[in-house]
Design a protein around this ligand. Sequence first.
Ligand code: NDP
Length: 282
Amino acid sequence: MTTATILNGKQLASSIKTSLKEKISNLKQKPTLAVIIVGNNPASETYVRSKEKACLETGINSKTYKLDENIQETELLELIDLLNKDNDVNGILVQLPLPSHINTDHILHAITPIKDVDGFHPLNTGLLLKKSPKAFIPCTPKGILKLLHLAKKDLTGLNAVVVGRSQIVGLPIANLLINENCTVTVTHSKTKNLKEICKSADILIAALGKTEFITKDYIKENSIIIDVGINRTTEGLKGDVKFSDAIDLCSHITPVPGGVGPMTIAMLLENTYEAFLSQTNS
Ligand code: NDP
Protein backbone atom coordinates (compact mmCIF):
# COMPACT_ATOMS: atom_id res chain seq x y z
CA MET A 1 0.00 0.00 0.00
CA THR A 2 1.38 3.42 -0.97
CA THR A 3 0.48 6.82 0.36
CA ALA A 4 -0.43 9.43 -2.20
CA THR A 5 1.46 12.63 -2.90
CA ILE A 6 -0.46 15.70 -1.78
CA LEU A 7 -0.90 18.31 -4.49
CA ASN A 8 -0.37 21.39 -2.35
CA GLY A 9 -2.48 24.16 -3.85
CA LYS A 10 -1.64 26.58 -1.08
CA GLN A 11 2.07 26.33 -1.81
CA LEU A 12 1.68 26.52 -5.59
CA ALA A 13 -0.70 29.50 -5.29
CA SER A 14 1.78 31.24 -3.03
CA SER A 15 4.64 30.85 -5.53
CA ILE A 16 2.40 32.09 -8.38
CA LYS A 17 1.44 35.13 -6.27
CA THR A 18 5.09 35.87 -5.45
CA SER A 19 6.02 35.79 -9.12
CA LEU A 20 3.03 38.00 -10.05
CA LYS A 21 3.93 40.46 -7.29
CA GLU A 22 7.41 40.83 -8.72
CA LYS A 23 6.13 41.38 -12.27
CA ILE A 24 3.53 43.89 -11.07
CA SER A 25 6.11 45.80 -9.02
CA ASN A 26 7.93 46.52 -12.30
CA LEU A 27 4.86 48.08 -13.92
CA LYS A 28 4.41 51.86 -13.97
CA GLN A 29 0.65 51.55 -13.59
CA LYS A 30 -1.04 48.81 -11.51
CA PRO A 31 -3.79 46.45 -12.72
CA THR A 32 -7.24 47.06 -11.21
CA LEU A 33 -9.93 44.51 -10.43
CA ALA A 34 -13.54 45.61 -9.79
CA VAL A 35 -15.54 43.17 -7.66
CA ILE A 36 -19.31 43.46 -7.39
CA ILE A 37 -21.14 41.79 -4.54
CA VAL A 38 -24.92 41.92 -4.13
CA GLY A 39 -26.53 41.24 -0.76
CA ASN A 40 -25.12 39.77 2.44
CA ASN A 41 -24.43 36.10 1.68
CA PRO A 42 -21.78 35.25 4.35
CA ALA A 43 -19.90 32.77 2.09
CA SER A 44 -19.78 35.36 -0.74
CA GLU A 45 -18.55 38.02 1.69
CA THR A 46 -15.75 35.69 2.82
CA TYR A 47 -14.74 34.96 -0.79
CA VAL A 48 -14.72 38.67 -1.65
CA ARG A 49 -12.57 39.48 1.40
CA SER A 50 -10.08 36.76 0.36
CA LYS A 51 -9.94 38.20 -3.15
CA GLU A 52 -9.35 41.75 -1.82
CA LYS A 53 -6.58 40.47 0.46
CA ALA A 54 -4.90 38.55 -2.37
CA CYS A 55 -5.04 41.64 -4.62
CA LEU A 56 -3.45 43.73 -1.90
CA GLU A 57 -0.67 41.17 -1.39
CA THR A 58 0.24 41.13 -5.09
CA GLY A 59 -0.05 44.86 -5.80
CA ILE A 60 -3.33 44.72 -7.76
CA ASN A 61 -5.79 47.54 -6.96
CA SER A 62 -9.16 46.18 -5.94
CA LYS A 63 -12.39 48.16 -5.93
CA THR A 64 -15.34 46.49 -4.26
CA TYR A 65 -18.91 47.54 -5.06
CA LYS A 66 -21.22 46.29 -2.31
CA LEU A 67 -24.80 46.54 -3.49
CA ASP A 68 -28.09 46.15 -1.73
CA GLU A 69 -29.88 42.76 -1.95
CA ASN A 70 -32.88 44.49 -3.60
CA ILE A 71 -31.00 46.27 -6.36
CA GLN A 72 -32.72 46.06 -9.74
CA GLU A 73 -31.11 44.22 -12.66
CA THR A 74 -31.06 47.46 -14.71
CA GLU A 75 -29.05 49.27 -12.02
CA LEU A 76 -26.52 46.44 -11.91
CA LEU A 77 -26.27 46.53 -15.71
CA GLU A 78 -25.64 50.29 -15.55
CA LEU A 79 -22.75 49.76 -13.13
CA ILE A 80 -21.25 47.10 -15.39
CA ASP A 81 -21.57 49.45 -18.35
CA LEU A 82 -19.66 52.14 -16.43
CA LEU A 83 -16.93 49.67 -15.45
CA ASN A 84 -16.70 48.34 -19.02
CA LYS A 85 -15.99 51.89 -20.21
CA ASP A 86 -13.62 52.82 -17.38
CA ASN A 87 -10.04 52.60 -18.70
CA ASP A 88 -8.73 52.38 -15.14
CA VAL A 89 -10.55 49.06 -14.58
CA ASN A 90 -8.95 45.98 -16.16
CA GLY A 91 -11.01 43.14 -14.72
CA ILE A 92 -14.64 42.86 -13.61
CA LEU A 93 -15.95 40.09 -11.38
CA VAL A 94 -19.51 39.62 -10.19
CA GLN A 95 -19.61 37.41 -7.11
CA LEU A 96 -22.12 34.59 -7.52
CA PRO A 97 -24.77 33.60 -6.61
CA LEU A 98 -26.91 36.65 -7.35
CA PRO A 99 -30.35 37.13 -5.76
CA SER A 100 -33.05 35.19 -7.63
CA HIS A 101 -34.77 38.31 -9.09
CA ILE A 102 -31.62 39.01 -11.14
CA ASN A 103 -30.90 36.98 -14.27
CA THR A 104 -27.29 35.81 -13.83
CA ASP A 105 -26.77 35.28 -17.58
CA HIS A 106 -27.89 38.86 -18.37
CA ILE A 107 -25.27 40.14 -15.94
CA LEU A 108 -22.39 37.86 -16.95
CA HIS A 109 -23.03 38.47 -20.65
CA ALA A 110 -22.93 42.24 -20.09
CA ILE A 111 -19.30 42.20 -18.94
CA THR A 112 -17.04 43.09 -21.84
CA PRO A 113 -15.13 39.89 -22.75
CA ILE A 114 -11.74 41.65 -22.50
CA LYS A 115 -12.39 42.37 -18.78
CA ASP A 116 -14.11 39.02 -18.08
CA VAL A 117 -11.45 37.69 -15.69
CA ASP A 118 -13.81 34.96 -14.42
CA GLY A 119 -14.07 33.62 -17.98
CA PHE A 120 -17.85 33.17 -17.86
CA HIS A 121 -18.79 35.25 -20.93
CA PRO A 122 -19.93 33.04 -23.85
CA LEU A 123 -17.24 34.54 -26.08
CA ASN A 124 -14.56 33.30 -23.70
CA THR A 125 -16.31 29.90 -23.48
CA GLY A 126 -16.16 29.72 -27.29
CA LEU A 127 -12.52 30.80 -27.41
CA LEU A 128 -11.70 28.02 -24.91
CA LEU A 129 -13.39 25.46 -27.20
CA LYS A 130 -11.31 26.80 -30.08
CA LYS A 131 -8.13 26.49 -27.98
CA SER A 132 -7.51 30.21 -28.48
CA PRO A 133 -4.71 31.68 -26.35
CA LYS A 134 -6.91 34.79 -26.07
CA ALA A 135 -9.54 32.99 -23.96
CA PHE A 136 -9.94 33.92 -20.34
CA ILE A 137 -10.10 30.49 -18.73
CA PRO A 138 -12.40 30.24 -15.68
CA CYS A 139 -10.25 30.41 -12.55
CA THR A 140 -11.08 27.07 -10.88
CA PRO A 141 -10.48 24.89 -13.98
CA LYS A 142 -7.34 26.87 -14.85
CA GLY A 143 -6.02 26.21 -11.34
CA ILE A 144 -6.95 22.53 -11.53
CA LEU A 145 -4.91 22.13 -14.70
CA LYS A 146 -1.83 23.62 -13.00
CA LEU A 147 -2.29 21.19 -10.09
CA LEU A 148 -2.57 18.26 -12.52
CA HIS A 149 0.65 19.35 -14.17
CA LEU A 150 2.39 19.16 -10.79
CA ALA A 151 1.53 15.45 -10.85
CA LYS A 152 2.23 14.80 -14.54
CA LYS A 153 3.58 17.06 -17.27
CA ASP A 154 2.00 15.21 -20.17
CA LEU A 155 -1.61 14.09 -19.71
CA THR A 156 -1.91 12.65 -23.24
CA GLY A 157 -4.05 9.54 -23.52
CA LEU A 158 -5.18 9.46 -19.89
CA ASN A 159 -8.81 8.66 -19.09
CA ALA A 160 -10.28 11.61 -17.24
CA VAL A 161 -13.66 11.48 -15.52
CA VAL A 162 -15.31 14.72 -14.42
CA VAL A 163 -18.13 14.40 -11.89
CA GLY A 164 -20.30 17.50 -12.35
CA ARG A 165 -21.22 19.49 -15.45
CA SER A 166 -21.51 23.05 -14.16
CA GLN A 167 -20.61 26.00 -16.38
CA ILE A 168 -17.98 27.17 -13.90
CA VAL A 169 -16.15 23.92 -13.13
CA GLY A 170 -17.26 20.67 -14.79
CA LEU A 171 -17.67 21.78 -18.41
CA PRO A 172 -14.61 24.04 -18.69
CA ILE A 173 -12.27 21.52 -17.03
CA ALA A 174 -13.61 18.84 -19.38
CA ASN A 175 -12.74 21.07 -22.34
CA LEU A 176 -9.30 21.89 -20.98
CA LEU A 177 -8.60 18.17 -20.51
CA ILE A 178 -9.71 17.41 -24.08
CA ASN A 179 -7.24 20.09 -25.19
CA GLU A 180 -4.60 18.20 -23.15
CA ASN A 181 -5.35 15.06 -25.21
CA CYS A 182 -7.16 13.22 -22.42
CA THR A 183 -10.14 10.99 -23.15
CA VAL A 184 -12.84 12.71 -21.14
CA THR A 185 -16.12 11.47 -19.67
CA VAL A 186 -18.42 14.06 -18.08
CA THR A 187 -20.87 12.67 -15.53
CA HIS A 188 -23.78 14.22 -13.63
CA SER A 189 -26.73 13.43 -11.39
CA LYS A 190 -28.46 11.35 -14.11
CA THR A 191 -25.39 9.23 -14.94
CA LYS A 192 -25.83 5.48 -14.65
CA ASN A 193 -23.04 3.28 -13.26
CA LEU A 194 -21.16 6.25 -11.84
CA LYS A 195 -18.95 4.03 -9.66
CA GLU A 196 -17.76 1.94 -12.60
CA ILE A 197 -17.09 5.01 -14.72
CA CYS A 198 -15.11 6.72 -11.94
CA LYS A 199 -13.18 3.53 -11.31
CA SER A 200 -11.85 3.69 -14.88
CA ALA A 201 -10.42 7.18 -14.32
CA ASP A 202 -6.70 7.89 -14.43
CA ILE A 203 -7.72 11.44 -13.50
CA LEU A 204 -10.82 11.93 -11.37
CA ILE A 205 -12.21 15.45 -10.95
CA ALA A 206 -14.84 15.53 -8.20
CA ALA A 207 -16.98 18.68 -8.55
CA LEU A 208 -20.45 17.72 -7.41
CA GLY A 209 -20.77 19.49 -4.06
CA LYS A 210 -21.65 16.39 -1.97
CA THR A 211 -19.63 15.82 1.20
CA GLU A 212 -17.23 12.85 0.87
CA PHE A 213 -19.39 11.27 -1.83
CA ILE A 214 -16.41 9.68 -3.62
CA THR A 215 -15.34 6.69 -1.52
CA LYS A 216 -12.88 3.88 -2.24
CA ASP A 217 -15.33 2.06 -4.56
CA TYR A 218 -15.06 4.96 -7.02
CA ILE A 219 -11.28 5.17 -7.10
CA LYS A 220 -8.82 3.49 -9.46
CA GLU A 221 -5.46 2.58 -7.97
CA ASN A 222 -2.69 5.06 -8.77
CA SER A 223 -5.10 7.63 -10.17
CA ILE A 224 -4.79 11.41 -9.76
CA ILE A 225 -7.68 12.91 -7.79
CA ILE A 226 -8.71 16.54 -7.78
CA ASP A 227 -11.23 17.34 -5.09
CA VAL A 228 -13.04 20.56 -6.01
CA GLY A 229 -15.80 20.31 -3.41
CA ILE A 230 -16.10 22.84 -0.62
CA ASN A 231 -18.68 21.60 1.84
CA ARG A 232 -19.17 23.36 5.17
CA THR A 233 -19.84 20.76 7.87
CA THR A 234 -19.87 20.79 11.66
CA GLU A 235 -16.38 19.28 11.44
CA GLY A 236 -15.13 22.11 9.20
CA LEU A 237 -14.57 22.22 5.44
CA LYS A 238 -14.82 18.87 3.66
CA GLY A 239 -14.32 17.90 0.06
CA ASP A 240 -16.36 15.71 -2.26
CA VAL A 241 -13.84 12.90 -1.79
CA LYS A 242 -13.39 10.79 1.32
CA PHE A 243 -9.74 11.68 1.80
CA SER A 244 -9.00 8.79 4.21
CA ASP A 245 -10.19 6.29 1.57
CA ALA A 246 -8.37 7.95 -1.30
CA ILE A 247 -4.98 8.57 0.29
CA ASP A 248 -3.93 4.88 0.25
CA LEU A 249 -5.26 4.20 -3.23
CA CYS A 250 -4.46 7.11 -5.54
CA SER A 251 -1.06 8.44 -6.60
CA HIS A 252 -1.86 12.15 -6.09
CA ILE A 253 -4.65 14.06 -4.40
CA THR A 254 -5.59 17.66 -3.56
CA PRO A 255 -6.53 18.34 0.06
CA VAL A 256 -9.58 20.31 1.23
CA PRO A 257 -8.83 22.95 2.33
CA GLY A 258 -5.51 23.90 0.73
CA GLY A 259 -5.94 22.37 -2.73
CA VAL A 260 -8.12 23.84 -5.45
CA GLY A 261 -9.44 26.81 -3.40
CA PRO A 262 -6.19 28.83 -3.14
CA MET A 263 -5.45 28.13 -6.82
CA THR A 264 -8.79 29.64 -7.84
CA ILE A 265 -7.80 32.96 -6.27
CA ALA A 266 -4.28 32.84 -7.72
CA MET A 267 -5.78 32.33 -11.19
CA LEU A 268 -8.06 35.32 -10.71
CA LEU A 269 -4.98 37.46 -10.03
CA GLU A 270 -3.21 35.95 -13.05
CA ASN A 271 -6.21 36.65 -15.30
CA THR A 272 -6.39 40.25 -14.03
CA TYR A 273 -2.69 40.75 -14.73
CA GLU A 274 -3.12 39.28 -18.22
CA ALA A 275 -6.17 41.50 -18.85
CA PHE A 276 -4.08 44.52 -17.86
CA LEU A 277 -1.24 43.53 -20.21
CA SER A 278 -3.53 43.02 -23.18
CA GLN A 279 -5.47 46.26 -22.56
CA THR A 280 -2.34 48.37 -22.16
CA ASN A 281 -0.26 46.52 -24.80
CA SER A 282 2.43 46.11 -22.12
P1 NDP B 1 -23.15 22.87 -9.16
O1 NDP B 1 -24.15 22.62 -8.08
O2 NDP B 1 -23.37 23.97 -10.12
O3 NDP B 1 -23.01 21.52 -10.02
C1 NDP B 1 -22.92 20.28 -9.42
C2 NDP B 1 -22.83 19.24 -10.48
O4 NDP B 1 -22.71 17.98 -9.84
C3 NDP B 1 -24.06 19.16 -11.38
O5 NDP B 1 -23.67 18.99 -12.71
C4 NDP B 1 -24.81 17.94 -10.86
O6 NDP B 1 -25.53 17.22 -11.86
C5 NDP B 1 -23.66 17.07 -10.38
N1 NDP B 1 -24.10 16.15 -9.32
C6 NDP B 1 -24.80 16.45 -8.22
N2 NDP B 1 -25.05 15.32 -7.51
C7 NDP B 1 -24.49 14.31 -8.20
C8 NDP B 1 -24.42 12.92 -8.00
N3 NDP B 1 -24.98 12.34 -6.93
N4 NDP B 1 -23.76 12.17 -8.90
C9 NDP B 1 -23.18 12.75 -10.00
N5 NDP B 1 -23.23 14.08 -10.24
C10 NDP B 1 -23.88 14.83 -9.36
O7 NDP B 1 -21.77 22.98 -8.42
P2 NDP B 1 -20.39 23.71 -8.84
O8 NDP B 1 -19.82 23.10 -10.05
O9 NDP B 1 -20.55 25.17 -8.76
O10 NDP B 1 -19.49 23.31 -7.57
C11 NDP B 1 -19.21 21.96 -7.25
C12 NDP B 1 -18.45 21.93 -5.94
O11 NDP B 1 -17.23 22.61 -6.12
C13 NDP B 1 -19.16 22.63 -4.78
O12 NDP B 1 -18.83 21.98 -3.58
C14 NDP B 1 -18.55 24.01 -4.77
O13 NDP B 1 -18.57 24.62 -3.50
C15 NDP B 1 -17.14 23.67 -5.17
N6 NDP B 1 -16.42 24.77 -5.82
C16 NDP B 1 -15.16 24.98 -5.39
C17 NDP B 1 -14.40 25.97 -5.94
C18 NDP B 1 -13.01 26.15 -5.46
O14 NDP B 1 -12.40 27.16 -5.73
N7 NDP B 1 -12.45 25.17 -4.75
C19 NDP B 1 -14.93 26.85 -7.00
C20 NDP B 1 -16.24 26.48 -7.45
C21 NDP B 1 -16.96 25.48 -6.86
P3 NDP B 1 -26.77 17.86 -12.68
O15 NDP B 1 -26.15 18.76 -13.70
O16 NDP B 1 -27.42 16.67 -13.28
O17 NDP B 1 -27.60 18.57 -11.67
